[in-house]
Design a protein around this ligand. Structure first.
Ligand SMILES: [Fe+2]
Length: 241
């Protein structure tokens, strides 16, 4: 009988805001899990200094460490699939800048980002019409925010896994075909300077997603979460029929 194919999906490491204890657990789990499919689900760079509404302080911040941490993560992870996120996409937005020096700089950045994911056979931009298909599961970075973000993803994409909102949740909605969405926790720090006053971020949680594509084509999804201060994660699964 054909064996299941293992995958892992990592979301929202946010460059220099990556959470060191979570990253240590992630690398340790990756070495145990040894997945064939490795999805880099986006926002691996923070690029806060490139935000259109960046504060004066943010604009003068050096983006060097952030860029380096993002590249280091991707080079070590060696993704087989990449879905760039809204933060990563800021590099491509710079290509429309009226300042030619900025455009040249952006081209160099993009070259380095693309080089860091050269192992990937599928790379998709941050675009609502594009998704990665693994078995019967779609993977996207995520487009919605707020209370109904996960529900909306299920309504639009069917069976889908996403990051973006930094919350470990899942929801199933009515439908003749299965419509369920899974949202993965993030690899970055949960409390950041810019979200200290946002109550909506109290639900943010560290984590990642993983599972198997079964011989039937069904893809299982497990959300890795820290429980009681430790990561306690299943790595063995049995099929019983
Ligand atoms: Fe995002």
């Amino acid at each position: 009988m054909k064996k299941p194919t293992r995958y892992i999906a990592a979301f929202d490491s946010h460059g220099c805001h990556a959470d060191p204890p979570t990253m240590r657990a992630f690398w340790a789990f990756l070495a145990l899990w040894k997945p064939e499919i490795r999805v880099a689900g986006g926002d691996h760079f923070d690029f806060s200094h490139l935000r259109t509404k960046a504060s004066e302080g943010e604009r003068y911040e050096s983006g060097q460490q952030d860029f380096q941490w993002g590249l280091d993560f991707l080079r070590r992870f060696k993704p087989s699939h990449v879905a760039w996120g809204n933060h990563d996409a800021r590099a491509w937005q710079l290509l429309d800048c009226p300042n030619a020096n900025v455009r040249v700089q952006a081209e160099r950045m993009i070259e380095e980002m693309e080089d860091a994911v050269k192992t990937a056979k599928v790379v998709i931009p941050y675009d609502k019409r594009q998704f990665i298909q693994i078995g019967n599961l779609k993977v996207i970075h995520g487009f919605s925010h707020g209370e109904n973000a996960v529900r909306r993803a299920a309504a639009v994409y069917g069976r889908v896994l996403h990051g973006h909102i930094h919350r470990a949740e899942s929801v199933r909605i009515d439908g003749i075909d299965v419509r369920e969405a899974f949202s993965s926790g993030c690899l970055c720090k949960v409390d950041l300077k810019y979200n200290s006053r946002s109550l909506g971020t109290l639900r943010h949680e560290n984590g990642w997603a993983y599972g198997e594509i079964l011989p039937s084509g069904h893809t299982t999804v497990h959300l890795a979460r820290r429980v009681g201060g430790v990561w306690h994660l299943p790595t063995e699964f049995r099929s019983i029929s």
